[in-house]
Design a protein around this ligand. Structure first.
Ligand SMILES: *[C@@H]1O[C@H](CO)[C@@H](O)[C@H](O)[C@H]1NC(C)=O
Ligand SMILES: *[C@@H]1O[C@H](CO)[C@@H](O)[C@H](O)[C@H]1NC(C)=O
Ligand SMILES: *[C@@H]1O[C@H](CO)[C@@H](O)[C@H](O)[C@H]1NC(C)=O
Ligand SMILES: *[C@@H]1O[C@H](CO)[C@@H](O)[C@H](O)[C@H]1NC(C)=O
Ligand SMILES: *[C@@H]1O[C@H](CO)[C@@H](O)[C@H](O)[C@H]1NC(C)=O
Ligand SMILES: *[C@@H]1O[C@H](CO)[C@@H](O)[C@H](O)[C@H]1NC(C)=O
Ligand SMILES: *[C@@H]1O[C@H](CO)[C@@H](O)[C@H](O)[C@H]1NC(C)=O
Ligand SMILES: *[C@@H]1O[C@H](CO)[C@@H](O)[C@H](O)[C@H]1NC(C)=O
Ligand SMILES: *[C@@H]1O[C@H](CO)[C@@H](O)[C@H](O)[C@H]1NC(C)=O
Ligand SMILES: *[C@@H]1O[C@H](CO)[C@@H](O)[C@H](O)[C@H]1NC(C)=O
Ligand SMILES: *[C@@H]1O[C@H](CO)[C@@H](O)[C@H](O)[C@H]1NC(C)=O
Length: 280
């Protein structure tokens, strides 16, 4: 009798702590036996763990992670290079933090792994599409114009990309006066991108933009709607490319029913536009 009471008194606090353990195990960054089929990887000095997944892993037909969160770890001859994709565009993965949740990305074209940092040339806007990302931190939007007939007074000429007749320039959206008549400059191309606001009294936009581009930007991530039921039931979301079915990886195995067996633990819906970290 006292034995039963003793084991109960040991067990009860554990039971009360269960929701706490549940979230710790979600955040853990290793191959978790609670989720067979879900793996962690290391690429250069980056941890690739759920909800990110490694594209070139050993199970190309199935992944445990969010759609669009695949990371390509390819070797460029010198080092492993982690690459994430937003739309069709490649981004060098500079860092990932799982708690709080953010990923630091650098447009691949202007990243440290391509040798053009002295005269960086962005080629596309940042296209977040339907992915559950939003910008984090103190950012500034830079607007680039290429092959123009002139340079407006509020903008900064990029000399290494200009010729006497074809000008390229950059400006921040803060600098742009209202009602600019862009047809006056007949530019061939325009690209807008977002970077950390590293500009201050000592770093001007004119000489600081290459450094800002190479530092990139941070995104925080939320979760996709079709994933909520699976995660709230203690599982991890995934996808089977063979059958194009959404998967839920549970301690008892994977399922296509959308959620694991057992009790639901309702977690608050991640607020994408709030800057505070979610409290569990
Ligand atoms: C990556 O994960 C390992 C264990 O899986 C941990 O020791 C290390 O601190 C993590 N690194 C980062 C940058 O989060
Ligand atoms: C996880 O498992 C995969 C595949 O077995 C292995 O390649 C990887 O190194 C493991 N990761 C960790 C952090 O143990
Ligand atoms: C996908 O299909 C291939 C070939 O039909 C099969 O070998 C593999 O096991 C399937 N993978 C999954 C996850 O269903
Ligand atoms: C990963 O990147 C390399 C180099 O850019 C590319 O050749 C390969 O096709 C990519 N793999 C996937 C799965 O996208
Ligand atoms: C990644 O971010 C963490 C937390 O901010 C930091 O401690 C670590 O040094 C960063 N790693 C790299 C490679 O920048
Ligand atoms: C800056 O650009 C991002 C996309 O790159 C966009 O979501 C955001 O609204 C822009 N901010 C301003 C102030 O234009
Ligand atoms: C200007 O346009 C020409 C012709 O389309 C192109 O080859 C060149 O790369 C462009 N220059 C810049 C800086 O975009
Ligand atoms: C300069 O710009 C014109 C269009 O404005 C373009 O046709 C031409 O190819 C460009 N020349 C160079 C050298 O970039
Ligand atoms: C913009 O500039 C072009 C060329 O200089 C001119 O033809 C046009 O009338 C201007 N548009 C406006 C709204 O001022
Ligand atoms: C859910 O429970 C059923 C019946 O006990 C079992 O057959 C199935 O494997 C379980 N599924 C998961 C994902 O745990
Ligand atoms: C978050 O977005 C909602 C609308 O989607 C808006 O009403 C609310 O003010 C935003 N909150 C913050 C902190 O930006």
């Amino acid at each position: 009798m006292s034995d039963l009471f003793h084991s109960l008194s040991l067990f009860l606090p554990l039971l009360l702590l269960f929701p706490f353990f549940f979230f710790i195990s979600i955040a853990a960054q290793s191959n978790d036996t609670n989720f067979p089929g879900c793996f962690s990887y290391r690429c250069a000095n980056i941890n690739i763990s759920y909800p990110f997944w490694r594209m070139d892993s050993e199970t190309p037909t199935q992944y445990c992670g969010y759609e669009g969160f695949g990371i390509n770890c390819s070797n460029n001859g010198e080092e492993d290079v982690p690459i994430a994709y937003l739309g069709d565009d490649s981004y060098y993965v500079h860092n990932i933090s799982y708690n709080p949740k953010w990923i630091a990305l650098v447009d691949y074209d202007v990243s440290p792994v391509v040798p053009s940092v002295r005269c960086p040339r962005v080629r596309h806007n940042i296209d977040l599409g339907d992915l559950p990302f939003n910008f984090l931190g103190q950012n500034v939007n830079l607007s680039f114009h290429f092959n123009c007939t002139g340079v407006p007074s509020f903008a900064h000429e990029i000399r290494c990309l200009s010729t006497p007749t074809n000008k390229s320039f950059v400006h921040s959206l803060y600098e742009e006066p209202p009602n600019v008549n862009w047809t006056e400059y007949s530019c061939l191309e325009e690209v807008e991108t977002t970077v950390f606001d590293v500009f201050g009294s000592t770093t001007t936009l004119e000489n600081g933009f290459p450094g800002a581009l190479s530092k990139g930007f941070e995104l925080r991530w939320g979760r996709t709607e079709d994933c909520e039921k699976c995660e709230d039931s203690g599982g991890r979301c995934g996808y089977n490319r063979n059958t194009t079915e959404h998967m839920c990886f549970c301690s008892g195995g994977k399922t296509t029913t959308g959620h694991c067996n057992g009790t639901f633990v309702k977690t608050p819906r991640f607020k994408l536009n709030s800057t505070s970290t979610p409290v569990f």
